[in-house]
Design a protein around this ligand. Structure first.
Ligand SMILES: [Zn+2]
Ligand SMILES: [Zn+2]
Length: 106
């Protein structure tokens, strides 16, 4: 996307700058399990990621209740949570619809 505006920019420069933004907490780096490519997330507030195994789309989902897990975890284990990376793996709605229609076509 950056190349549309700066055609000569190298990918290395893009990633270097992304990592600077990650280090300064401007954006978040997110590595979906089982996927090779890291993703960079401009959404900084706490949210979960839904990863579709069919189309590899990563969906953002606001889950305000997850912070209540922290207390429970600390009570059980004494572990103090500072950051959460919640990833739910599965199949998204449009892929499920597609799979379903393929199945009925068979
Ligand atoms: Zn999908
Ligand atoms: Zn996200």
């Amino acid at each position: 996307m950056v190349r549309e505006q700066m055609p000569s920019i190298s990918l290395g420069t893009v990633y270097r700058n992304l990592n600077i933004l990650v280090d300064s907490d401007e954006i978040r780096k997110f590595e979906p399990p089982g996927q090779v490519k890291a993703r960079y997330d401009a959404k900084r507030e706490e949210h979960a990621h839904l990863v579709c195994r069919e189309c590899n789309t990563v969906y953002d989902l606001n889950l305000p209740e997850v912070s209540s897990i922290d207390e429970e975890v600390e009570k059980i284990t004494g572990f103090h949570t500072e950051q959460r990376d919640i990833v739910l793996n599965g199949v998204c709605r449009s892929c499920r619809d597609q799979l379903r229609s393929q199945r009925t076509a068979l």
